[in-house]
Design a protein around this ligand. Structure first.
Ligand code: AMP
Length: 394
């Protein structure tokens, strides 16, 4: 990577502003229900602390307060959790910019401070230059470790880099390194597994990767538009009728580019989209009238695993069935277990696919699970992410 990393910069006695992704889920009592995002930031935090900074100034957004102070979106619970994990006090500040904040940072006996939610100010998401300047004025150097927001040009991800030397944290660097493996010089055979609700969400990614991959395996809701395009009866399964022509042209392009497209050959079907719906397995690819496919069937699982077994690189974006409902989770689970057991580099797109892998407790089995759904999708679409582009060149 040509961008500066946190390891390349002099930190000693400097005030370091770090943009983290502490957008953690909370219950009604504001207790954090999953602290993986906080833990994911620890390598960068601990490294900076080991270099004796003057102050470590952490920042993040939480929820969607839409430019107003909304108490339930305060980052205070994150400061408390961080203090526990780091076994040292993290001072929660009253805001994220301004004289008072500057004073609090200067007077703090604590080494680590956490700015209040950046999105309490509408200027953050508008990438307002004045706001970015005020944020930058708190520190001497800037580190971005928030991949989940790197596809957005916000004041704390892009604006701030105009005023400070800017480096990637370890988490951001890991994302760039792995996702670059999927889009650049890829170790082959390289297979792409696609699923999820809609074809329309994945078109740009398919177009960007079709010239690089050797096979595309398609399951999930989007498979039925492709099956229909091939003339298969799909019953009442999910269909994007306006994408049928596009599905046909992608199938033709794949033939021209010598990319094998693998579609489901059987399905788990039900009459309705319901966790308690009575389910059946079809004998073949045809789905009877009035029935919808909600998961890939056993023959498809076997077929997919067989097609994947010699992979050197696998990118997976989108679950292969309605994994949130136990009856329709088997396809996604069995393929995840299989690829977790082979020696390929396995790169999991964020969002729902990452949620599925976490649900099956298979996180440790994958090479990389992206922390950003939208950001990883845009990266795989070949787009430049503003939060990464803006970092200082090495
Ligand atoms: P996406 O965010 O596009 O990756 O879509 C993920 C969603 O697709 C998940 O919530 C799944 O439940 C849903 N999904 C997967 N397979 C199907 C299917 N066969 N029919 C309807 N929805 C599906």
């Amino acid at each position: 990577m040509a961008k500066l990393s946190v390891k390349d910069i002099e930190i000693k006695e400097k005030k370091v502003l770090v943009r983290c992704d502490f957008n953690v889920p909370q219950d009604d009592n504001l207790s954090i229900t999953d602290d993986r995002r906080i833990k994911a930031a620890l390598p960068t935090i601990e490294y900076i602390l080991s270099q004796n900074p003057k102050k470590l100034i952490l920042s993040s957004h939480l929820g969607r307060p839409k430019g107003k102070v909304v108490d339930k979106y305060s980052l205070k619970p994150v400061a408390d959790r961080l203090s526990e994990i780091l076994k040292q006090d993290v001072l929660m500040l009253s805001d994220c910019i301004g004289d008072e904040v500057n004073k609090q940072i200067t007077q703090a006996s604590q080494k680590i401070v956490l700015l209040e939610n950046l999105r309490f100010h509408a200027e953050e998401e508008k990438n307002d230059p004045e706001f970015a300047k005020k944020l930058a004025s708190l520190a001497d150097i800037y580190v971005n470790d928030a991949f989940g927001t790197a596809h957005r040009a916000h004041a704390s991800t892009e604006g701030v880099t105009h005023y400070l030397k800017s480096a990637a944290g370890f988490l951001l660097k890991k994302e760039i390194d792995y996702l670059s493996k999927a889009t650049g010089d890829v170790e082959k055979p390289y297979y792409l597994i696609l699923g999820g609700a809609k074809v329309s969400d994945k078109i740009l990614m398919i177009e960007n990767l079709i010239g690089k991959v050797n096979k595309i395996l398609i399951g999930g809701g989007m498979a039925y538009t492709f099956l229909k395009a091939k003339g298969v009866d799909i019953g009442s399964s999910k269909l994007e009728a306006e994408k049928l022509d596009l599905a046909r042209s992608l199938l033709e392009e794949a033939i021209k580019k010598n990319v094998k497209i693998v579609l489901p050959v059987d399905h788990v079907i039900a009459e309705k989209f319901d966790k308690d719906a009575e389910s059946k397995t079809t004998d073949n690819e045809i789905i009877p009238d009035g029935m919808m496919a909600l998961d890939i069937g056993p023959k498809t699982i076997e077929l997919f695993n067989n097609e994947l077994k010699d992979a050197k690189t696998i990118v997976w974006n989108g679950p292969l069935g309605v994994f949130e409902m136990d009856k329709f989770a088997k396809g996604t689970r069995d393929v995840a277990v299989f690829i977790g057991g082979i020696s390929a580099t396995t790169i999991i797109g964020g969002g729902d696919t990452a949620a599925a892998i976490a649900k099956f407790n298979l996180d440790e089995k994958m090479s990389h699970i992206s922390t950003g759904g939208g950001a990883s999708l845009e990266f795989l679409e070949g787009k430049a992410l503003p939060g990464i582009e803006a970092l200082t060149e090495k």
